[in-house]
Design a protein around this ligand. Sequence first.
Ligand code: GLP
Length: 263
Amino acid sequence: MDVVILENAEAVARVAADHIEQVLGASAHPVLGLATGSSPLGLYGELARRHRDFGLSFAGADVFMLDEYVGLGADHEQSYHHFIHENLVSQVDLDPARVHLPDGLATDLAAECASFDASIRDAGGVDCQLLGIGSNGHIAFNEPGSSLASRTRPVWLTPSTIRDNARFFSSRSEVPVRALSQGLGTIMEARRVLLIATGAKKADAVAQMVEGPVSARCPASVLQLHPHTVAVVDEDAAAKLELSDFYRYSRRMQLQDGAPAWS
Ligand code: GLP
């Protein structure tokens, strides 16, 4: 895993946008895997700015989102459908018909998940999967204990995730306790993975992901087995990494060589 440590969240957004821009430029029909949460907001703002100011285009791209809450329809303000339309789709030239999420209101949740996985395969697989990380090490909604080979499926959320998500809802009782989530096995099939994390609250999870054992205890640690993963983190999120000096050194060397965002 490449670890890029940057001074702050703005720098994380810029460097992550460089990675996405490179993926968009590499194919007429790029397939992006995108994420929700507060972590990618700066990145989406930066991509929208590049679209406005420099014509960065998403035309021809397909987007597959990581997850959706069970019980929230696309028009619910806190649904992930709504999130991605609000924060990215409406700001750029993405075709809304090419933005795919599992339906949290489906009557047969397992069938919905299986057909979502099939639609990723039909699109040729994901070129670049963007991820945030939960403070307990989850990616998408793969909570600790998730099978490292899991596929897209209905999952239950842990009390700590429900607590973390409660800030987006007016009362705790409204926070969904179930979701449809891409599995760790599904995510691992993406050709590239770009994980972003900012803030001290993520420092333990980032250290476990990068330097801990590969274990379902920290679902994000499965990314150690992925051949093309870049973790772009700010100083606060990197604070508990033991080998941070080496990551900084490697990054300096890479820049000196003039390597592109994805080398
Ligand atoms: C939710 C999402 C994850 C996201 C995580 C972290 O659990 N399912 O995909 O990475 O939140 O969110 P934030 O970036 O707001 O800390």
